[in-house]
Design a protein around this ligand. Structure first.
Ligand code: FES
Length: 272
């Protein structure tokens, strides 16, 4: 049932213990099984993880995945450690039985929670971003595999396809809830480069409706929504549905058809 590597890391776990005055500490738990994991990180001035220890009260797979996760992040930079996913932990352990996949998720979350604590202690704020309804190639390949909605040929969501929209909203909600729980104050819903010149008035209205809906979800979680400037009041369009002016506008690009900083300010937006 378990690979030799899983058994080895369960019976001889690496890096068990605590780090005094750790740079970051993360504690996570799984409400269903009741298992708890705490990860300690010692990060030097160059952002390199010099040491990593853990304490886990849980099943054998939770111990093995914590052990492997600590091994994987040691010696890595903070940025590299952020890319250590539960999939990487499982692969390094030569796999886990399906019912134990959630144990590896706990390891990933524990590392992320410790990195988050490190960021906060160093005055770094994290602004999460999930870019929709354009730039969605990665999400679309997942949707194709899951058979969600109609087929598509571009990286843009069809805002008239309820199945796609509902799937993406549910996904956004998961990220919104996760980052709100982590203490994020802002959430970037991005919404950039949605081929505005090709959008009819009704399509542009659907876009504004969608942006406002995601912003509402962000506000409902207690965070401030922000997005990029290029889609907001594009080419003077305000549509029958106006964009909510409490969405912070992150001004990243200036082009002929993009509303200027002055125009957006005049319309009531705050620019960052
Ligand atoms: Fe819950 Fe393993 S059974 S973490």
């Amino acid at each position: 049932m378990y690979s030799e590597k899983v058994m080895d890391h369960f019976q001889n776990p690496r890096n068990v213990g605590e780090i005094e005055n750790a740079s970051g500490v993360g504690t996570v738990g799984n409400a269903k099984c009741g298992d708890i994991m705490r990860i300690y990180l010692d990060i030097d001035d160059n952002g390199v993880i010099q040491d990593c220890k853990f304490k886990t009260f849980g099943c054998g797979a939770a111990v093995a995945t914590s052990s492997m996760a600590t091994e994987l992040v040691k010696g890595k930079t903070v940025q590299e450690a952020l890319l250590v996913t539960n999939k990487a932990v499982m692969e390094a352990l030569d796999g886990l039985p399906p019912v134990k996949v959630h144990c590896s998720l706990l390891a990933e979350e524990g590392i992320h929670a410790a990195l988050w604590d490190y960021a906060e202690k160093n005055g770094i704020s994290i602004i999460p971003m999930l870019n929709t309804p354009g730039h969605m190639d990665a999400l679309f390949s997942a949707m194709s595999e899951l058979n969600v909605g109609s087929s598509r040929t571009t990286s843009k969501m069809r805002l008239t396809d309820d199945a796609q929209v509902n799937f993406v909203k549910a996904l956004q909600q998961k990220y919104i809830d996760y980052f709100a729980k982590q203490g994020s104050k802002y959430y970037n819903l991005a919404a950039d480069e949605y081929s505005f010149s090709a959008l009819s008035d009704s399509e542009y209205t659907a876009f504004a409706t969608y942006v406002n809906a995601i912003a509402k979800m962000v506000k409902g979680a207690g965070m401030t929504p922000m997005c990029y400037n290029d889609g907001i009041n594009y080419s003077g369009k305000t549509t029958s549905v106006a964009f909510d002016t409490d969405i912070l506008v992150c001004y990243w690009a200036q082009k002929e058809n993009y509303a200027s900083v002055a125009e957006l300010s005049e319309a009531g937006f705050t620019i960052v």
